[in-house]
Design a protein. Structure first.
Length: 66
C-alpha cells in the first residue's frame, strides 16, 4: 500500500521546474502548477507498476502566485 502525506521531501515524487509549470513539495503538501493553456502536468512516486489501484486525494485550488 502506498500512502503519502508529503512530509518527507525525499519520498521520491517528481520535482520539476519548467516554463510550462512545476511539480514539487510545498507547505506540507505537493504542488502542481500549470503555466500554459491546454497543457498537462502530472507527477508520479517513482514506482514502476501498480495493481488493484484505489486513489483518494484531498486537493485545493490556490490563487496563482506571482
Amino acid at each position: 500500500m502506498l500512502r503519502e502525506d508529503f512530509s518527507n521531501h525525499a519520498s521520491g515524487w517528481d520535482r520539476t521546474n519548467a516554463t510550462e509549470g512545476l511539480t514539487d513539495y510545498q507547505d506540507g503538501g505537493y504542488r502542481i502548477l500549470v503555466n500554459e493553456t491546454n497543457y498537462s502536468i502530472w507527477a508520479n512516486p517513482n514506482q514502476s507498476s501498480y495493481t488493484d489501484v484505489q486513489v483518494e486525494v484531498d486537493a485545493q485550488k490556490n490563487r496563482r502566485r506571482r
